[in-house]
Design a protein around this ligand. Sequence first.
Ligand code: NAP
Ligand code: FE
Length: 371
Amino acid sequence: MLHADFYMPTRIFFGEKCLEKGADLLKNAGSHALLVTGKRSARLSGALDDVTALLNALNIKFTIFDGVTENPPILTCYEAGRIAREAGADFVIGIGGGSALDAAKAIAAFATNGEIAPLDIYEAEKRKNPTLPIIALPTTAGTGSEANNYSILTLPSGKQKKTFKADDSWPLAAFVDPRYTATLPIDTAISTALDAFAHALESYLSPKSTVFSEQAAIFAATALYEVLSKAPTLLEGTDREALSLAATVAGFAISVTGTGFPHPLGYSLTLLDGLPHGRACACFSGDYIFYNQRSEAGALRIEEFCQKIGTKPRVLAALLEGLAKVDFTFTEDEIAAHVELIAGAGNYANSPYVLSKTEIYDIYRKHFLRK
Ligand code: NAP
Ligand code: FE
C-alpha cells in the first residue's frame, strides 16, 4: 500500500541573501523578537548582523539570548523562556546550528507556559498555551531542524537526550542561506553532513516512509554522498549550497519518519565522551546497514537506496565509518554505562530490522571493548 500523506507547514526560503525576501513575513510575525544563538557562530557567520539589520529597518524590537550550548540543556531553554516573557518577546528567531534551532523551539514553548516545570514540556496537556512563532536560520548544513518540529534537549542529568515535539513547534519560516556555513571548520562541516546523511538513510529505511519522504531522502542522500565522497577536500561554494539544501530536505524527510538506531546509539558518545552528533551517528551507520540486511525487507531497501545514489552497501558503510573517525576504547562497565542510558529509546522499532538490547551490547563491544 502506498503511503503519501503530506504535511509541511514551514515556509522555506533558500539561497544567497534569501532573508531579503522575508521582510513581510517578519513584520507579520510579531513586534519583539527573542534572538536565540550560541556563543559565536551567529555573529561569525554574518547571520546575526543580517537579522538585526532587517529588524532595525522594520522597527521590530529584539532581545538577544546567546547562551545556547551544544546539545542544548533543557534548563537553559527554561531560563531563556523566562527571559523571553520578561522582555515581552512575541516571536523567536533561532540562529545557529541544530543546537540553537532546537533550543529556539523549546524556548518558544516555555515562553508562553511560565507555570510549568521544565520536564512538563513533554506533556502536551500541561502546555496550555501555544508556542510563540519560530523562525529558523541554520548556520550548519546538518540537522535539518529548520524543516521539522523536533527539539532534542539534554535532560538535567546531562547524560540523556529527549526529543520535544509539538504540533506548533514547526518553524513558521526558515531562511537557509548557504553563505552562513562558510565559516564552519572543515571537521564540523563533515560531521554535520554525516548527520544529514544519517537522516536520509534512516528515513528511507523507516517503515513510516512515504512517497514524499522517500523522494526527499534520495534527493538529499545523492547530493550528500557526492560531496562526502570528496571529503576531506571539501568545500567549494557549490558544495556548500548542495549540502545546505540536502540537509534541509533530509530534515523534512525525518519529520515524516523519525530516525533509526544510529541516533540513540550515538547520543551516549556525544554526551559522555563529547563526540559531535554527526560523527556519532556515522559511527553506527555501517551497523545500521548490516543489521538491516539481515531482514528481507531491510536488505531490499538498502539495495534500492544504494542503487539510487550510485554506490554499494559495503562501500557506503566504509565511507561513513571512515569519516566518523571514532577510536574510543571502553571497559565492560563503561560500555554498560553507555548502553543502559540509551536502551529505552523508541528508534529501535523504526527500521525493518529491530535491534535487541543484546545486539546493542554486541555493537558497542565490537567497536569499543578494550582488549
Ligand atoms: P551545533 O551543536 O549547533 O554546533 C556545533 C558547533 O559548531 C558549535 O560550536 C557552533 O558554535 C559551531 N557553529 C555552528 N555554525 C557555525 C558556523 N557557521 N561557523 C562556525 N561555527 C559554527 O551543531 P549541529 O550539528 O548543527 O547541531 C547538533 C544538535 O542538533 C544536537 O543537539 C542534535 O541532537 C540536534 N539535532 C536535531 C535534529 C532535528 O531534527 N531537530 C536532528 C539532528 C540533530 P556556537 O556554539 O557558537 O553556535
Ligand atoms: Fe541527527
